[in-house]
Write a protein that binds this ligand. Sequence first.
Ligand code: GDP
Ligand code: ZN
Length: 463
Amino acid sequence: MAVLPVSDTIAAIATPPGTGGIGIIRISGPLAPAIMQKLFRPARPRSTFESHKLYYGTITDPDGRVLDEILAVHMRAPHTYTREDVVELHSHGSYLVLQSVLAAVLACGARPAEPGEFTKRAFLAGRIDLTRAEAVIDLLKARTSDGIQLAVHQLQGELYARVERIRQGLVAILAVIEVAIDFPDEDVEILDIPQLREQLHQEVEEPLARLLAEADRGRILREGVKVVIAGRPNVGKSSLLNALLREDRALVTAVPGTTRDTIEEVVSIHGVPVFLVDTAGIREHADQVEELGIERARSKFKEADLILFMVDASRGMEAEDQALYESIAGKERIIVLNKIDVAARKDVELLEERFAGEEIVWMSAREGRGLDILEERMYRRFLGGDDRLQEQLACAPNLRHRLILEQTARACTRLRQALELAAPPDLLAVEVQAALDYLGDIVGITTPDDVLDTIFSSFCIGK
Ligand code: GDP
Ligand code: ZN
């Protein structure tokens, strides 16, 4: 366990602004108990406070003016989030009151906490490993229930446990190699190369590959996907967008489009945040029908994880459809044949033929037909349609983890090649050590300071 350096005392409003009438001021550091003694007047006068017990009373400024009625708690070190003395003041007042309470706390010698500083202290005190610290960020940012699940699991240390098992596998290999380094003159061959290769494969490479495979899906659950609806004017793009939004009104948030040419909305499809982009958007509907040029549309397609290519089935493929279709060559896409309600049978057959080999969904955006199927297909595309997904993703790595896992995997490849060449043990040891160092970065054993700062500064203040 790391020995805590003497640190200053930090304070912040720990609850987000503007929500309801309750808020928490969190104070961490050596001055915390004295600040509580000075500013808090318990309803029943007393000189000491038991740890981890809520007391009712009033909070004052340093001059004794009452600011609010609050609940206060002192949590004595080290059984706290930061492992320091922590005081929390639960105010029932408005955000303005919270700010005046915070001002009083700062006047007593605390300083304002930087974003993520509480969690950084928890990490530095060895209270949580880095994967769990990051899970706290994800929890704050999670947009959907599945994203929250993911963060909660990670918070409980599942990713940590799996990385640690891989590390142990490497440590075991290193131990064998070090014996060979220490006893170079033995007559018997100490290194059982095939055995080591098997061990490397089973205990390191395979679990690493599994984690990497999950990283991509984890990103999707965490950050969502971008779906662009493409199609010439009037095929029904906006109708589809609206239909998808209506399906899920409770979860709909408007996201301002990055340009005035597009409308972007976010919906949750089976828990996946989906950013829907209607490529024609605002201008077309501002009566001055002005389509996106193919070039501009193409730049939108570039950003898309999936394209819904819409065709008006009652009119079939026209020249403009064809040009757009060619511009999405090679992209992930689903062909959406709309206006099935007014399409003739022979149009349907022609289009079926035209898009043979493509994934097709027939629908009527106006009547809401085919929507469920479209959503199901989209979901399958994003996540491979695996029903056991939630379990598998219990600890999906984030981008930082993934980059490190890839570096680890490369070190393992070099190690395997060195094993195949029967390289000298000290060379083998170098590669094992490299892989170990990378993995250490994930859980924060060897994480350089600047990486730490980046991670923690993406927190909200007060966390
Ligand atoms: P956009 O220009 O691609 O965004 O197309 P809109 O969504 O604005 O639709 C153009 C026209 O087609 C509107 O009059 C819609 O009511 C109509 N429309 C859209 N979807 C359907 C559909 O499934 N069936 C029928 N019959 N009309 C539709
Ligand atoms: Zn439109």
